[in-house]
Ligand binder design. Structure first.
Ligand code: ITT
Length: 205
């Protein structure tokens, strides 16, 4: 049996993530749909305290709402000098009223006193896949290490904290790299590289 679903829901309200999954999955899965296309406006509460718990919770809830296999992504940025913050709370860092630019400014303010040598950080991405028909779920994860600048640098690519994050071994930020170069090394690219194992676990015989 071919372990691929015919249709897969990409269960995210984050347009930056959705764009990346459309890129990353284009050649692997033929028929992917976003939440908007599936007519889902409901935003599932992320009540977990780990990336894995939240990814699973989102995949299961959105799969049930759509009646389709769903892939959910829980991800975030962990800054060592801030004891791992914002971590699982990356999307809500600084309070509900902020947008991506506001959260980047808030992060820079929190790190104002942190010297260049101590600005290490890493992105984590956990992908959960759930099939509502069999009830089976599985997760994979990826990580990308780097550091946080003292001011933004962007060529308009990426989303979220990308304009502040320089991956290890490179001099450009994620927002300066073209998407293909970001995917090659990013936390999300690393997780998607394990897609065959994920599909086999959920849809294999
Ligand atoms: P969904 O739950 O609907 O997917 P969300 O934005 O709330 O959307 P998360 O809870 O997983 O998703 O939050 C992840 C946050 O971490 C996201 O809002 C970004 O600020 C940040 N983030 C994750 N991956 C990133 C990336 O590749 N580049 C920049 N920032 C990223």
């Amino acid at each position: 049996m071919h372990p691929n679903p015919t249709r897969l829901l990409i269960a995210t309200h984050n347009q930056g993530k959705l764009r990346e999954y459309r890129d990353l999955l284009a050649h692997r899965l033929p028929d992917i749909v976003g939440l908007a296309e599936a007519g889902i406006t409901h935003d599932v509460d992320e009540t977990g305290t780990t990336f894995a718990a939240n990814a699973l919770l989102k995949a299961q809830a959105y799969a049930a709402l759509a009646g389709l296999p769903a892939l959910a992504d829980d991800s975030g940025l962990s800054v060592l000098a801030l004891d791992g913050a914002p971590g699982v709370y990356s999307a809500r860092y600084g309070g509900d009223g902020l947008d991506d630019a506001g959260r980047r400014a808030y992060l820079l303010a929190q790190m104002q006193a942190v010297p260049a040598a101590e600005r290490a950080a890493f992105f984590t991405c956990v992908i959960a896949l759930h099939d509502p028909h069999s009830g089976r779920s599985a997760i994979v994860s990826g990580r990308c290490d780097g550091h946080i600048l003292t001011a933004e640098r962007s060529r308009g690519h990426g989303f979220g904290y990308d304009a502040l994050f320089v991956p290890q071994g490179l001099s450009e930020t994620f927002a300066e790299l073209n998407p293909t170069d970001k995917h090659r090394i990013s936390h999300r690219g690393q997780a998607v590289a394990q897609l065959p194992a994920l599909l086999a676990e959920v849809f294999g015989t």
